[in-house]
Design a protein around this ligand. Sequence first.
Ligand code: DC
Length: 222
Amino acid sequence: MIRSIAIDGPAGAGKSTIAKKIAKQKGFIYVDTGAMYRAMGLYYMNKGVSPEDTEKIEGLINDIDVSISYENGEQVVSLNGENVNSKIRTPEVGSMASEVSTNGAVRKKMVSLQQQLAKTRSVVMDGRDIGTVVLPDAMVKIFLTASVDIRTKRRFDELKEKGIECDFEKLKKEIEDRDYRDIHRDNSPLKKADDAVEVDTSELNVDEVVKKILDIAESKGL
Ligand code: DC
């Protein structure tokens, strides 16, 4: 039987770290939907398209092929056949992804790809609209949160580890702007599904969050 776990929440709440571990424990595949929007963002950025230029964004949409594959258990995101994993993690690409993801045509394309993936394999999928739009029938829905300062600190450390230097206050502002856009957009805004369980990760370490979610999954028969 194909099963799914949906994990939604704002930037830096710990979604991908946690989702990866849950997927490993359960033997499911991990689908990072943010990476797919980032690949779209990267395409438009490289083409010099302004995020306000709806006509251009929609006009180019059929030229973009985003696909997901797995290498040694790691998700590989390809943009028109090129592995873009190493190019999509910068704050600039994150902001562009947040901007172009407000476009209905972009979302339609990504949601259909994500639903297709979840039809073939059991998944742990993370994003902003997984429990509400992409997988409304997911057996387990989690809404991960943490304070903005903690989320900024986590992103800051993550980027530093990758050798990407940035200014803490600038990063915090970028995260706040992204939160605002993700929450207030008309198309599938970031929001907790009615049947999702909220988990605040501010005071918990990774293992504690994983355990909490595995317990929730078990209580739901998964
Ligand atoms: O999770 P992330 O930071 O990699 O996501 C980048 C942006 O993509 C995020 O700011 C909003 C958008 N996104 C979305 O709109 N829906 C999703 N399911 C996942 C991400």
